[in-house]
Ligand binder design. Structure first.
Ligand code: 5GP
Ligand code: ZN
Length: 137
């Protein structure tokens, strides 16, 4: 499979690695939103948030907290975003699941600027009901 993140896991492509264990690897993003922007990925290739097994997700989140803490202590941002893009429409460009850790600074001029929608009439309840019907317990 021609996946750049798999190549980084295999050490066939260079990355500035911050932390790794049996399950995950974390490295600096090559095109950072702010300096210190890091990625955390599973060593096994899963396409996205819905295909990664629960136990691997646990490992991703534990490692993300560890790396984020190190970024906060070293880079000293004013805040941070933990983001995952899933699907082309959401901006995913590498189809090997990953979390972004983005250090944020006051006035860094990076922001989601949504144009908020309104739920018309009863449609908020309708949306809730159709989502609830699909929750698998
Ligand atoms: P996505 O757009 O899929 O949410 O995020 C993919 C991220 O991977 C992008 O922010 C991009 O800059 C980063 N990226 C893509 N190729 C490479 C690479 O070869 N090395 C590193 N370190 N980051 C990469
Ligand atoms: Zn991969």
């Amino acid at each position: 499979m021609n996946c750049i993140f798999c190549q980084i896991v295999e050490k066939n492509a260079h990355a500035e690695i911050l932390y790794e264990n049996d399950h995950i690897i974390s490295f600096l993003d090559i095109r950072p939103v702010n300096l210190g922007h890091a990625l955390v990925i599973p060593k096994i290739h899963y396409t996205d948030f819905l295909t990664i097994p629960e136990n691997e997700l646990d490992e991703i989140f534990k490692a993300t907290q560890k790396v984020t803490s190190a970024i906060v202590d070293s880079v000293k941002p004013d805040g941070f975003n933990i983001v995952t893009n899933n699907g082309v429409a959401a901006g995913q460009s590498v189809f090997h699941f990953h979390l972004h850790i983005i250090p944020r600074f006051d006035k860094d001029n990076f922001a989601f600027r949504p144009i908020f929608k309104n739920y018309e009439n009863n449609s908020m309840k309708d949306y809730a009901n159709k989502i609830i019907a699909e929750i698998k317990l």
